[in-house]
Design a binder for this molecule. Structure first.
Ligand code: SF4
Length: 752
């Protein structure tokens, strides 16, 4: 497969056309995409009451392959009724992530009974009876409640409320496996865990840092904004161990000039070694001090911690910085020179920063850099963690966390006149570990793929297998339904966002709250998540309690409660009537008034910069592995097996530099084993890839989770998906004959 020279462009337009044909034509797809619903995919945020394909700066049409893929998946036909008796669990385990997604919409509840080999349909009544019976026989802290960022604010609020009234704080969400380090790091620095900028701040900045991410693939419409920055004469500095095609050049389909001629995105592209970011960030900061480019007046007036950090930077040795980052001094100087000249800089980052055992430290170091030049608390400058799922920020805001913010806790108790549990709740990984110890018996997953998003897949599978009952609420199948199986597992089919019978709300990464109208259901069978949660709560909690769960089936009623309970969301109470979408006050701020206890920001000093993995001579035969997502994938959902921008035609590969290939005595596309401290993957194709730094390699997530250990950032509990030491070795010919790779060959179509 040929590697492209630019992202976006005609391929994206052609892809849209082919997808439209799959679902009955362009008109039908257009109508669905233009409905007044927030984009179902990434947290950049699109649509809502402005209509689909409109971004927060009012640009139209703003649409990308990711949003079309999600829409087309929801527009699929139903899974055929005989599917469940045709494919055993062992067979489903052979399906690839893409094949499972393409099986069609789930339209009836199904159960895998204890000892069974097949899912069987069951009625909603029986499903509720089973859940209710289990929840009534266990202690509340033997249950856990996991939420994906797909769900609405209303569903998130309602389920966490039910879980707490049931008696547990084991409430957590998918951000514990992605951006929790951003939340913890930013909170410790500036008093809020969210980004401080709005979309138009980015457009008017003159320098954008894109660190540890590939928004060209994962947040494609951000590229229009970066295009605007470049056209205004601004700079974009990309820091990433892999040179990503779309970050070098992108053809924005909605802009004729860009579509025809392409737009240069990165003005400077720097490739640290995997795990070298903290040292690199310290190097940039040190050079800023040497250039006398700090804003001393701002630091004195608005920040604490600068004197200590300045001493640390002054005494830090350049040789340590270059050795631990893998970035030569000239490049660090070039970054610092550009930053020193910038009037308004925005720092953006994604999971290349957070997926490390020092993820919070990375984020604090980014905040340090921004604060050193007074870039937080004014227009067109600030910090922005680029978040994944469309409402991952929103569900955190409405209380889907093990520990509620004090104000929310108090107001919840007062508003509903209830007593909430005070036992400490478990985060996502703590739940998996508790399940392995036999301490949990029931789990409910509101969307997502908990199994697939875990490091150490074998461990995750075993942990979930120790539960008595696991309940998934999903629209389509994923690997969790085949591998993440409890003694009994139930899948409940739910409606997509644009099929909800009542309006719901979502919050973008810019803290902008949108209203989605919902719309007509595409299939009989699936139910609204809100209806399922309210009915379950009514069945489990004693009747006559303080909450009328029947009334809580109304999203308007839920929003009324959220408005009174969650500080900053007061306007959500009226949004159904006024249709007035809004920015959450106090998050995106243009004055240096920080929401910290003393109103000042804090710079953090780190005394130890982490060594690069495998940098010691004894480990010379090893490589640092990062897990990556392809252009045809969103989180754990794989829409296409090929990776268009990287020119990779399949997912069972390990991408390594040609120099490493010859150092290890391997040929291109030779079958190898990849071994880490926790596992081995066999039969992987070793693929020569020029665009990765030698010494580093990459494999596709979630499949590569089989070799990702459960190493967590101690401050945020975010797993280190991006920094794994592996050994790559040729496989003996005899072993190759035993490899059974998942394949779709000889399978009948499974959709209705
Ligand atoms: S960039 Fe994100 S929010 Fe915008 S259309 Fe694509 S997936 Fe949706």
């Amino acid at each position: 497969m040929r590697k492209l020279k630019s992202g976006g462009g005609w391929q994206a337009i052609w892809y849209t056309w082919t997808k439209a044909r799959e679902v009955g034509g362009l008109r039908k797809l257009w109508r669905a995409m233009r409905s007044k619903n927030a984009c179902k995919t990434c947290a950049l945020g699109m649509g809502g009451q402005a209509g689909g394909m409109v971004n927060e700066a009012g640009h139209f049409p703003e649409v990308c392959k990711k949003s079309i893929q999600a829409m087309v998946a929801d527009m699929q036909g139903a899974i055929r009724p005989d599917f469940w008796s045709t494919y055993s669990i062992a067979q489903l385990q052979q399906f690839t992530p893409r094949e499972l997604e393409h099986c069609g919409r789930i339209t009836q509840p199904v159960i895998l009974r204890a000892g069974g080999q097949y899912y069987e349909p069951l009625s909603w009544d029986e499903a509720f009876q089973k859940m209710t019976a289990k929840l009534k026989t266990i202690r509340p802290d033997e249950s856990f409640w996991y939420f994906s960022g797909r769900s609405s604010n209303e569903a998130g609020f309602l389920l966490q409320l039910f879980a707490r009234l049931y008696g547990t704080n084991n409430v957590n969400n998918c951000s514990y496996y992605c951006h929790q380090a951003s939340g913890v790091g930013l909170n410790s620095a500036i008093g809020t865990g969210a980004g401080t900028v709005q979309l138009e701040d980015i457009e008017h900045a003159d320098l954008i840092f894109v660190i540890g991410g590939n928004p060209a693939s994962n947040h494609p419409r951000l590229m229009r904004t970066l295009m605007a920055v470049r056209r205004n004469g601004g700079q974009v500095i990309v820091i990433n161990p892999i040179v990503e095609t779309g970050l070098v050049n992108f053809r924005v389909p909605s802009d004729v000039r860009s579509l025809l001629f392409g737009t240069s995105i990165s003005s400077l592209y720097v490739q640290p070694h995997i795990g070298g970011d903290l040292a690199l960030l310290y190097g940039i900061a040190k050079r800023i001090v040497e250039l006398n480019a700090t804003d001393e007046a701002y630091l004195a007036a608005y920040c604490d911690g600068w004197p200590e950090l300045r001493v640390r930077l002054q005494t830090l040795d350049w040789s340590e910085i270059t050795a631990k980052s893998g970035v030569p001094r000239e490049q660090i100087d070039a970054i610092a020179a550009a930053y020193a000249k910038a009037k308004n800089a925005v720092f953006t980052w994604t999971m290349g920063i957070t997926h490390h055992t020092h993820g919070v430290l990375n984020v604090q170091a980014i905040a340090n850099l921004a604060l050193m030049r007074g870039m937080i608390g004014r227009k067109s400058a600030g910090v922005l963690p680029i978040r994944g799922h469309s409402n991952v920020q929103g569900i955190g805001t409405v209380g889907v966390t093990p520990r509620l913010k004090d104000a929310v806790f108090e107001r919840l108790q007062n508003h509903f006149q209830v007593q909430l549990p005070t036992t400490p709740g478990l985060d996502t990984m703590a739940c998996i570990e508790a399940a392995t110890r036999g301490e949990l018996r029931f789990g409910m997953c509101l969307g997502g793929n908990l199994y697939g998003s875990n490091p150490d897949s074998a461990y995750a599978g075993k942990a979930l297998g120790d539960l008595d009952l696991l309940v998934y609420l999903n629209t389509t199948l994923n690997t969790g339904h085949a591998h993440g199986l409890a003694k009994e597992t139930i899948i409940l089919p739910v409606l997509a966002r644009d099929e909800e019978p009542e309006p719901t709300t979502q919050e973008s990464m810019f803290s902008y709250v949108r209203l989605s109208d919902g719309g007509p259901r595409r299939h009989d069978g699936p139910r609204s998540e809100i209806e399922v949660i309210a009915d379950l709560a009514a069945g489990v909690l004693p009747s006559g309690g303080p909450i009328d769960w029947h009334a809580m089936r109304s999203t308007e009623t839920i929003r009324g409660a959220i408005a009174k309970i969650v500080p900053g969301l007061e306007q959500i109470g009226q949004i159904g009537a006024t249709k007035q979408e809004f920015q959450i006050p106090g998050r995106t701020f243009h004055t240096p008034q920080f929401p910290t206890p003393n109103g000042r920001a804090r710079l953090h000093t780190h005394l130890d910069l982490p060594e690069l993995l495998g940098s010691r001579p004894a480990e010379a035969g090893q490589l640092r592995l990062m897990t990556i997502r392809s252009e045809g994938q969103f989180n754990t959902v794989v829409y296409e097996d090929y990776d268009l921008y990287r020119g990779v035609d399949r997912r069972d590969v390990i991408l390594l530099h040609p120099d490493d290939l010859s150092r290890l005595g391997l040929r291109n596309d030779q079958r190898v084993s990849v071994t880490s401290e926790i596992g081995r993957m066999e039969g992987v194709l070793a693929r020569a890839y020029d665009d990765i730094r030698p010494g580093n390699c990459a494999m596709y997530y979630p499949e590569a989770n089989a070799v990702v250990p459960r190493k967590l950032d101690p401050l945020s509990k975010t797993p280190a998906f991006k920094n794994v030491l592996v050994t790559v070795a040729a496989m003996p010919v005899a072993a190759l004959t035993n490899i059974a790779l998942p394949s779709s060959a000889n399978r009948e179509p499974v959709r209705a």
